[in-house]
Each structure stands twice: as C-alpha cells, then as structure tokens.
Ligand binder design. Structure first.
Ligand code: C5P
Length: 226
C-alpha cells in the first residue's frame, strides 16, 4: 500500500545543546536527517516526502539531499514556531489523498515492518500510531508527590510514525488551527474528533535524538545496523 510521509525538520533542538539544528549532527558519516530520509527513500511503498524546514536552512538541506541522493522529497515547506505548526504546513501543502504518515526527522531508527503495519491499519481504520508499552513501574505524581500507581499494562509510550487517512488528518489539523489547540502529537488532534486511534507495537530503539546521550545510543544502534 502506497503512502506519503510528512517530516517536520524545522526544530531548533535546544535540548541537544548543539547551538544549531540537531538534525545536522552526524551519526556515523551522515547527518541524522539523512538517516531518517533514507528509510523512506528505500521503501518502495513511499511515494513522496513532504519536508518542513526553516527558511534559512532550506539551501543547506537542499545541498544535503543532492549529496546523499535523496530523490523523494516532493515538497519543502516552511516550518512554524511549534512542531504542530510545521506539520500543519506539510498537511496544507499536500494535494493527494490516501494514507499519510507523520514522522519526526529526529527518529532515524524506525523499522520498515512497523511502517507497513501502520499503513495497513490506518487504511482499514483511519488512524494508527507507533508506540511501545511502558517497561517500568509508572506513577502519577503531580508536583512530585505520588498520587497513584498506574496500571502499566494499559500505558503506551508514543512515538512516530503516526499514520492517517489524509482526509481525517486534514480535518483534525484544520479544527486544531481553528480552535487554537496545540497538541504534542497528531493523534491528539484526531482524538479530539472522537475518532478511534489504534496502537501499533514499535520497537524501543525507535528513539528520538533529543539529548546528547541519545547520540551515544544512536552510534551504537548504527553499528548494529551495518
Ligand atoms: O524537538 P523535538 O525533537 O521533540 O521535535 C520533533 C521533530 O519536530 C523534530 O524532527 C523537529 O525538527 C521537528 N520540529 C519542527 N518544527 C518545530 C519544532 C520541531 O519541525 N517548530
């Protein structure tokens, strides 16, 4: 089943502390952004990539795409102040239909079998998101005081990709914009419509490169991949 992927890459990566966009940092011999794009470049089911970037970074990203022979970027749009704004810009720029994925540029270790499962479930049911079950004991502790131990069997740690029928995602995104609602993922926007969202089991190594220690982990994962 074919799909298009929307990749927000317009963050500043403050928690990484690199002083510039963390996606330009290298894992092995290439930038994090290229590792992520390569996953979709290599997937025959991926028909195109819509990328959200900062206007001032567009020339260097364009150069990177040529250097590493990434050919599937069909549109590059200007990202916004928050991640959700960057994704909204991708959604508005897309002119197709069918299944779309939203995937963080900072998650280079997503696996092809998880992508395929997400696409298939989103096609059947409208919305499917990647996640893993909580391994540790989970406490609800507002203000640092434990109020409750939560049943971890029912808890998922949510990742990207998140897959949707395009019409559903568009409706959810437009409504969020109209309502001034800001979520931390696209699923939240779809949940607001009352549409069920299905969990798809991903892997614990689909980590988001967020802080310096994630880079150490990333280098190890890369060695294993080769
Ligand atoms: O900062 P964080 O890693 O959580 O961001 C997740 C993804 O969203 C990253 O790939 C980042 O580049 C992107 N992002 C964006 N626009 C923003 C903030 C983040 O495209 N304003």
């Amino acid at each position: 089943m074919k799909y298009t992927v929307m990749i927000p890459a317009a963050g500043s990566g403050q928690r990484m502390g690199a002083g510039y966009n963390k996606l330009f940092l290298k894992l092995g011999d290439r930038p994090i952004l290229i590792h992520t794009l390569q996953v979709f470049e290599d997937d025959p089911s991926c028909e195109g990539i819509v990328l959200a970037v900062k206007a001032e970074e567009q020339p260097s990203i364009q150069e990177m795409l040529s250097e590493f022979s990434i050919t599937k970027v069909t549109a590059m749009v200007e990202g916004g102040g928050e991640r959700q704004n960057s994704v909204a810009a991708c959604i508005r720029a897309y002119e197709g239909e069918g299944i779309v994925l939203v995937h963080d540029a900072a998650r280079p270790f997503i696996r092809h079998n998880v992508i395929a499962e997400l696409v298939s479930i989103a096609d059947a049911h409208g919305a499917a998101i990647a996640g893993v079950q909580a391994k540790d004991t989970m406490k609800y502790a507002p203000g640092g005081i434990v109020e409750e131990t939560v049943d971890r069997e029912k808890l998922w740690i949510v990742q990207t990709p998140q897959a949707f029928r395009y019409a559903l995602l568009r409706e959810a995104s437009d409504k969020a914009v109209a309502d001034g609602f800001l979520g931390t993922d696209e699923s939240m926007l779809v949940e607001r419509l009352g549409h069920p969202v299905r969990m798809v089991e991903s892997t614990y190594d689909n980590v988001k490169m967020t802080t310096q220690e994630d880079l150490v982990f990333g280098e190890i994962l890369l060695t294993r991949k080769r």
